[in-house]
Design a protein around this ligand. Structure first.
Ligand code: MTE
Ligand code: LUZ
Ligand code: MOS
Length: 796
């Protein structure tokens, strides 16, 4: 009996619900341990004139106060460009930027001293908006371009042309465990870093470079994360480096755990984006030419912004064939915390933009009377969907292999009863009801592989013990997504043993080095493949050993006849059999190596950044969603009574975990498109710095009727167990809810639909519906507003 394909519980399920699963803050303190906290900039922009620490140093129990001058190695770091200071030196660039580190014997001493550190800053006015950054020429990158065909010519030939723009806000990760690190000094200046990081190798690298040490002097371990969602792909590095600085200077263990408010204020979020477009289309809404200019808010430093922009541009096509197209993307520099990876990594922004463009086209088609009002959006979507060759190549030249989209969308329409419900909803909207309803589909395809080709690699270590039990270590980190459970199942199947005989060990750089962060949804594809490969090496050795015991030739062909199943090792077609455990102990006695390492590098990838062409993705996870919304016309409040999801994830390794990823990802996306609104004051202070003011979805926000179907498919032949990545793609399905809200507004007026920006908060909907006739002041500061007019003062 195989275990792959079964709904095994998450390896930490019991630990999570009982509270026994340990996070960084739960590791028992050592006797010499110091509590660490940061002093951060209260200003968004200015010259840092002086850091006054004398009074704070005098507090009893304070052991160290460190500033940039105390950094022995590199003062700046960054995954692509080392432009981010660990601690501010000559200037401050955002509210919440770390300036000094305080280490104390107790939390009381720490808080007392923190309040006494005084920062002297000569304030300057900050850039807080994409529009302002563009006006000032404040950019972190030069424009990048992906183009095909003759856009200029096609735009001038097109029967209709429209221009438009849409503004999307960011999103806070709200992982349950805030950023945390515990650093313990070891022999001869070595340091052991326990970090809640998605990228232990990068954390190791940053700590080493900041301390001026070799990477071999630093070990970074991660047992688990209390969620990451991209927010710990790079941004766990700064707190780890700060704790390491304390351990380095004091020789004592040092622990830094952000509180929620600090985490919300100091760490970067999803990239806000602004898109401007010109679209040329035929009478019936087929896109003939499209030019899009995307601007993202990269915050103060580069972080992963160029890669996020790449992925946004590479997902601008979403599910649609764009023959003549030009996509230009540029990252703006503002005085916010550096924006970073967040589930979808620019992909969600890219597809919201193209979906809005299709709405714009659909509304124009409706205005010309060329198509019936009913299903205008759906008609335009289907007219532009990727199809058979030649309508199946992306703007960057990669063919969409196994294009399942037409099939997925067709089945979704049937199972969601889409046409009938759409009719009924549009009829309803013609009545004078207080409730405005909407229904729309969003198709989705998400490219699997890191857009930086070199990152698509992984290694794994498998250790088999003489009692037939197995330990597996990979560079992949477990953040709740079920990676460890899936790898455990995969390895159990290689040996034909029960999953409980396999344990996933703490991720640590001393076992698996030079690894990529656990990200891009590809961790099972990468680490799972490496682990399977290592396990297969050992299985081969065991098969040879067994054949020798049975006095058989141990050729490759004979080895292939040895079966590992149900805890036994058997020779096909003979009665020869030995238990797996006996084989392991026997093989050890015969001095067979029962440990192996596996290495996997994704084959077949190529992407030329300069040309904007190539095949950056191994395959696409595809799906579609149909969402229904109901809007209160007076309050703007949105309810989501029903959602149908259909997604192709190949052959699921663990359907229970995958269902959890799909529903969890969808609901996280639902928050982004509806209620999660980041509000800053005019000086760049985050006003929504608690979960009272920043509204994430809770259980009661989950659609009442939420259906989730795995699209029937065989999966790609060359992925691990023919599975497909599942982590990020479902978040993109929540764009269906935004489409449904836009549809509802379009039943009132085309302008209302065109005004809507993201998130579609209640206030935003009321504003879009009718600027003149609303029961409250739409210039109120918390109305985030479509065309980027913005908050100028805090709500009273
Ligand atoms: N699921 C949980 N429970 N917690 C998380 O932090 N992160 C998401 C997704 N699902 C996340 C999650 C993100 S951003 C990614 S990239 C993938 O998991 C990473 O893991 P995978 O590659 O194993 O899918
Ligand atoms: N991280 C990264 C990612 O460095 N490159 C990517 O392409 C990516 N994609 C999704 C999430 N994280
Ligand atoms: Mo996920 S944004 O790739 O960590």
């Amino acid at each position: 009996m195989t275990t792959v394909g079964r709904a095994h519980p998450h390896e930490s399920a019991v630990g999570h619900v009982t509270g026994r699963a340990a996070f960084i803050a739960d590791i028992p303190p050592r006797r010499d341990e110091l509590v660490v906290g940061l002093v951060v900039s209260p200003e968004a922009n200015g010259r840092l004139l002086h850091v006054h620490t004398e009074q704070a140093r005098a507090v009893r129990g304070v052991v160290a106060i460190l500033t940039a001058a105390d950094i022995p190695g590199m003062r700046t770091f960054g995954p692509l460009v080392a432009d981010e200071p660990v601690l501010a030196f000559d200037r401050v660039y955002y509210v919440g930027q770390p300036v000094a580190i305080v280490a104390a014997e107790s939390r009381e001493a720490l808080e007392h001293a923190r309040a006494l550190v005084r920062l002297e800053i000569a304030e300057e006015s900050p850039i807080l908006e994409i529009d302002t950054a563009i006006a000032h020429g404040a950019f972190l990158t030069a424009p990048r371009r992906i183009a095909r065909g003759d856009v200029h010519g096609a735009l001038s030939r097109a029967p209709h042309v429209r221009e438009g723009r849409v503004h999307l806000l960011g999103q806070e990760h709200v992982y349950l465990e805030p950023q945390s690190a515990l650093v313990i000094p070891g022999d001869e200046g070595q340091l052991h870093v326990h970090s809640s990081t998605q990228g232990p190798s990068e954390t190791q690298h940053v700590v080493a470079s900041v301390l001026g040490k070799g990477m071999h002097e630093i070990v970074c371990s991660v047992r688990r994360l209390g969620g990451g969602f991209g927010g710990k792909e790079t941004q766990a590095n700064l707190p780890a480096a700060c704790a390491a600085l304390v351990a380095h200077h004091t020789g004592r263990a040092a622990r830094l755990v952000y509180d929620r408010g600090e985490d919300l204020r100091s760490t970067g979020k999803r990239h806000p984006m602004l898109a401007r477009w010109s679209v040329g289309f035929s009478d019936d809404g087929r896109i003939e030419a499209l030019r899009v200019h995307l601007f993202s808010d990269g915050g103060a430093f580069t972080d992963l912004s160029p890669s996020v922009m790449d992925r946004a541009m590479l997902h601008m096509d979403n599910a649609y064939f764009l023959e003549h197209v030009e996509i230009v993307g540029q990252v703006c520099r503002t005085h916010h915390a550096p924006t970073t990876a967040f589930r979808g990594f620019g992909g969600p922004q890219g597809i919201v933009v193209i979906e809005r463009i299709l709405h714009d086209v659909a509304l124009a088609v409706r205005e010309t009377g060329a198509a019936a009002a009913t299903s205008a959006l759906w008609a335009v979507q289907s007219r532009n969907l990727y199809g058979a060759a030649p309508r199946n190549t992306t703007p960057y030249g990669q063919v969409v292999p196994e294009n399942l989209l037409p099939d997925i969308v067709r089945q979704l329409r049937t199972e969601s009863d889409f046409d009938v419900r759409l009719d009924e909803i549009e009829r309803h909207n013609g009545t004078a009801s207080r409730w405005l309803r909407g229904l729309a589909i969003a198709p989705m395809k998400f490219g699997i592989s890191f857009v930086a080709t070199f990152m698509n690699q992984a290694n794994a270590q498998v250790l088999v013990y003489p009692d037939g039990t197995v330990q597996v270590s990979t560079g992949g980190t477990e953040m709740g997504q079920g990676l460890h459970t899936k790898i455990r199942q995969l390895v159990a199947d290689v040996f034909g043993i029960a999953p409980h005989a396999v344990l996933m060990m703490t991720t640590s750089t001393e076992k698996n080095h030079n690894t990529s962060p656990t990200a891009a949804s590809a961790s099972t594809d990468l680490n799972g493949a490496a682990a399977v490969q290592a396990a297969e090496t050992i299985r081969m050795r065991l098969a040879r050993w067994a054949l020798q015991q049975w006095n058989r030739a141990s050729t490759d062909a004979e080895c292939a006849m040895v079966r590992f199943a149900d805890g036994w090792v058997r020779l096909d077609g003979t009665g020869e059999a030995i238990t797996f455990a006996d084989a392991c102990s026997g093989a050890r006695y015969s001095r067979v190596d029962l440990g192996a390492r596996g290495f996997f590098a994704t084959p077949g990838l190529s992407f030329d950044h300069a040309a904007g062409r190539g095949a950056p993705f191994r395959y696409f996870t595809q799906g579609a969603a149909a969402a229904e919304v109901q809007i209160d016309r007076i309050t703007g409040e949105v309810q989501v009574p029903r959602v149908d999801l259909r997604i192709d994830i190949g052959r699921s390794i663990n359907p229970a975990i995958d269902r959890g990823q799909i529903i969890g990802g969808f609901v996280q996306g639902l928050g982004w498109v509806t209620t999660e609104c980041l509000v800053y004051d005019a000086d760049g202070h985050l006003l929504t710095d608690s979960l009272c003011t920043y509204k994430v979805p809770i259980a009661t926000d989950v659609p009442t009727d939420l259906r989730c179907v795995f699209h029937d498919g065989d999966g790609p032949p060359d992925t691990v167990a023919r599975s497909k990545a599942v982590g990020e793609p479902p978040l993109l399905l929540a764009v269906s809810v935004f489409n449904a809200i836009t549809h509802a507004l379009s039943c009132v007026s085309a302008d209302a639909a065109r005004r809507l920006c993201l998130p579609a908060t209640a206030e935003e909907i009321v504003r879009a519906l009718d600027l003149a006739d609303v029961p409250f002041d739409t210039s109120a500061p918390w109305v985030h507003s479509a065309h980027a007019t913005r908050v100028t003062k805090a709500p009273e």
